[in-house]
Design a protein around this ligand. Structure first.
Ligand SMILES: CC(C)(COP(=O)(O)OP(=O)(O)OC[C@H]1O[C@@H](n2cnc3c(N)ncnc32)[C@H](O)[C@@H]1OP(=O)(O)O)[C@@H](O)C(=O)NCCC(=O)NCCS
Length: 169
């Protein structure tokens, strides 16, 4: 039976992290890996809010770190499901830096992560479609489908990952 569509607003997830010395590199900026961990967490909550199941990270699109966030500043993350497929979902996570004393904000990363819903037997399970009730959500779903096609082409072209047995780089 088809699952009842869910509105994009259901998956909206916001996180706010204060940057402490343990998050930072020798230059006083947040480690890229720390930001990636927060992206993964924020996207996981968003995916689970949409699908109503546990969900695992299947793929992370290329990340570009635009501007650093430093010790004493704030990292803001906002995630939502931008497209729902059969058992997988694309989640966009927008990451910004913030100076809490002035309210100034700046772009840090715009990430897209694919999550797969997992049932009690740890097998992929169907996700509800998005409610396609606005031009914006319809465009988001269509753009997500195009990006998914490119990801799966890449997977088919490179099924074993970058280092396949017997191949040298
Ligand atoms: C993600 C995982 C469940 C997919 O399993 P699988 O056997 O490849 O399953 P399927 O081929 O049936 O694919 C399931 C879904 O994942 C999608 N998928 C798989 N690989 C993908 C990739 N590289 N990019 C985008 N989507 C991908 C498929 O398109 C499918 O989505 P759909 O049903 O919406 O079409 C499996 O690879 C896995 O468990 N990986 C480890 C996950 C993990 O440990 N993450 C980190 C901790 S959470």
């Amino acid at each position: 039976m088809p699952l009842t569509p869910r509105p994009q607003s259901q998956s909206l997830t916001q996180m706010t992290e204060y940057v402490l010395p343990q998050h930072a590199n020798a230059l006083g900026g947040v480690f890229g890996g720390q930001i990636m961990a927060w992206i993964d967490l924020c996207a996981a909550i968003s995916a689970q809010r949409h699908c109503g199941n546990m969900a695992v990270t299947a793929f992370v699109d290329d990340l570009r770190f635009e501007q650093p966030v430093r010790i004493g500043q704030v990292v803001r993350l906002e995630a939502k499901v931008t497209a729902a497929f059969h058992t997988s979902m694309e989640i966009e996570v927008i990451v910004e830096g913030e100076d809490a004393t002035t309210g100034r904000r700046w772009p840090c990363v715009d990430a897209r992560v694919t999550f797969v819903a997992i049932d009690a037997n740890r097998k992929p399970t169907a996700v509800p479609p998005l409610v396609l009730d606005t031009d914006e959500v319809r465009a988001s779903q269509a753009a997500g489908e195009a990006r998914r096609g490119a990801r799966l082409l890449q997977k088919r072209g490179n099924p074993g990952g970058p280092q396949q047995p017997g191949k040298t780089s």
